[in-house]
Design a protein around this ligand. Structure first.
Ligand SMILES: Cc1cc2nc3c(=O)[nH]c(=O)nc-3n(C[C@H](O)[C@H](O)[C@H](O)COP(=O)(O)OP(=O)(O)OC[C@H]3O[C@@H](n4cnc5c(N)ncnc54)[C@H](O)[C@@H]3O)c2cc1C
Length: 401
């Protein structure tokens, strides 16, 4: 956004509570690699130039990439400058931060979608003696006590961490709710290649059938490992991970597990096959069928005949619960009444219509399916900076008259 504003000669400042690439420095586990391939983890005019376009960046590489981009665009940046309040004023906004107060006509909130780990209320009933941590606190298996681990949530983070912890010798039980299954590679091409060429990543927020649902969808159950292996539930079962239903409650030291596991897995299988069919249709319609491998369908998710409805933490030897149950944004400092009952900003493709001059970026499906990816920032910033420039223009005309 800063580079787009600079291109339009709009005077601005970027306030960052930490450093460039702060979330990648402070909120990610050690072994994490991007799940978007190198060629795709790009910013405008700043792509991948190395010799492994299909590889996946490690955290140090991701930090270096963002530092490189910051060096290239050289934004007017104030680091170590947490914003503590944003308020409306007669002609714009007042932004209060550690290093001073700014008065401005427009504010772009680019504080991220993943600020606060969403831990379900049931966490309060976890028996004492069982350690609890979130994916933002998790660094590596050595940080955990020996013994069993229950990972709650099977989106990308939960599945990757379950895989890593189980391989470290700590038996993992994975509590599985609704999830989005996808293969890393399909017909010899990366899933993100298909998402890109088929246009699905560019699908717009005002064209998608059910926007509320699209915005709430969890991430693909994939990882960016060097061997490109899948981490779907079948891969985890083969590894020895114990799959159970969604953690619905805890009573007297026992987990109550939802009976919906089979249905949710069937639904995830069905949706995966629907996605692969979309790719097949795209390939056929675009003369690409011969250039890729033949179509195939992954094996349906394998489950025990009757997955358990309860689990005694002590008897199962569970010493740690790891909450991989998602995140929500933190707007505690936003004193403009634009939040809905769940604490999310009401916006139309990033334009906060109830508060002219206020914009938001980096949220799931903000303007496009790719909006919460690194790759989504460029197009969204282009659109929103155009709107912002028009707003400033209109405001200037208003003030002059
Ligand atoms: C586990 C995980 C894996 C991911 N993997 C990928 C991936 O493989 N590929 C991909 O493209 N994307 C991935 N993402 C998404 C990615 O992290 C970003 O969310 C996305 O790139 C949007 O970036 P952003 O700058 O909008 O948000 P963020 O990266 O969250 O940055 C927000 C910034 O705002 C700062 N900030 C917050 N509050 C304040 C405040 N009050 N005052 C001042 N500064 C503040 C933060 O310090 C931070 O630097 C992943 C996210 C997670 C959580």
């Amino acid at each position: 956004m800063s580079s787009r504003l600079a291109a339009r000669s709009i005077d601005h400042v970027v306030l960052e509570r930490g450093e460039v690439a702060n979330t990648w420095r402070t909120e990610r586990w050690d072994s994490l690699t991007l799940l978007t391939p190198n060629w795709q983890s790009r910013l405008p005019g700043f792509g991948y130039e190395g010799d492994d376009p299909d590889g996946f960046r490690t955290m140090p590489e991701t930090i270096a990439f963002l530092e490189g981009y910051a060096k290239r665009v050289s934004p007017p940046l104030q680091t170590h400058c947490p914003v503590t309040a944003v308020r409306r004023t007669a002609d714009g906004y007042e932004v209060v931060a550690a290093q001073g107060t700014w008065h401005c006509r427009a504010v772009v909130l680019a504080t991220g979608a993943f600020n606060i780990a969403q831990v379900p209320a049931v966490a309060a009933a976890v028996p004492p003696g069982i350690a609890q941590l979130t994916t933002a606190q998790y660094r590596n298996p050595q940080q955990l006590e020996a013994g069993g681990v229950m990972v709650v949530g099977a989106a990308a983070s939960g599945a990757q961490i379950a895989d890593e912890i189980h391989r470290s010798g700590r038996p993992v039980t994975l509590a599985v709710g609704e999830h989005v299954r996808a293969p890393r590679t399909y017909r010899g091409r990366d899933i993100q290649w298909w998402m890109d060429v088929s246009g699905l990543n560019d699908e717009r927020y005002d064209k998608v059938e059910n926007l509320r649902r699209a915005r709430a969808l969890s991430s693909f159950q994939i990882a960016g490992y060097r061997d490109r292996r899948n981490i779907d539930l079948n891969a985890l079962t083969s590894l020895g991970v114990n799959l159970v239903g969604r953690l619905a409650g805890i009573r007297e030291g026992k987990a109550q597990l939802s009976g919906s596991l089979r249905n949710l897995c069937e639904l995830a299988d069905l949706k995966q096959n629907r996605l692969l069919k979309t790719f097949d249709e795209w390939a056929a319609a675009n003369g690409a069928s011969e250039a890729v491998d033949p179509p195939h369908r992954p094996e349906p998710t394998r489950l025990e005949a009757s997955p358990p409805l309860g689990l005694d933490f002590a008897r199962a030897g569970i010493r740690t619960i790891l909450w991989a149950t998602g995140f929500r944004p933190d707007y505690a400092w936003l004193e403009v009444p634009v939040l809905d009952a769940k604490g999310n900003i009401r916006h139309d493709g990033g334009v906060v219509t109830e508060a002219p001059g206020l914009y938001v970026m980096g949220l799931p499906f903000l303007r496009r399916r790719k909006s919460s990816l690194i790759d989504g920032a460029g197009d969204d910033a282009r659109d929103l900076s155009a709107h912002l420039a028009a707003h400033l223009g209109a405001r200037a005309t208003e003030l002059a008259n």
